[in-house]
Design a protein around this ligand. Sequence first.
Ligand code: 6GU
Length: 233
Amino acid sequence: MRLDVVSIFPDYFAPLQLSLVGKAIDKGIIDVAVHDLRDWTHDRHNTVDDTPYGGGAGMVMKPEPWGEALDALEGAAPQPMTIVVPTPAGRPFTQAMAYELAQRERLVFACGRYEGIDQRVIDHCAERYELVEVSLGDYVLNGGEVAALAVIEAVVRLLPGVVGNPASLVEESHSPEHRLLEYPNYTKPPVWRGREVPEILFSGHHAKIAEWRLEEARRRTAERRPDLLADPE
Ligand code: 6GU
């Protein structure tokens, strides 16, 4: 999979070299290029934003640098582009979306400031490419960078060869097979600061352990995310 990121803060993406995503780069599973939007400006101050038509607080990202950036990226590689625009006004990003995006050949992350990118860029791209606006949740970040990192990590770990044991993808919270929060986990020592590991986990009775874990997962989900139990989606 090829990943391109366009941002006015390319340094935000240094952590992509770390951990599982960094290993996926080393293994050649993904190819990542981070671009500075200001490379597609032509004025002395490398201007990327301007005041909003209609008035109001904040600044809006100008369409011209985005148009040039996306044209250049389109020409730089042959794969069809799926544009991902992180914005608090987007559709809620879910594990199902992560699985969907993991099937694409090329993702291009367009990171804007939270007041957003001129809508004509979005409309132009939606006509030319597959485009999805995603939100991480009901809170506001300063820009799309941190959200793009989260989406990249969620997608890349689903690619074959990235996560060592693919079975761990099946049991985890929000996997499509198992729409419950994960059960609690324990490791050695058997007693830590007076706290014991639940007895059932030493029993060696795999069916009973599975039943206990499912019950714990349901209990947690009912307490923290009752919406997941109610919602058939
Ligand atoms: Cl995707 N972007 C921004 N700027 N803020 C957010 C977000 C995204 N998701 C939640 N808050």
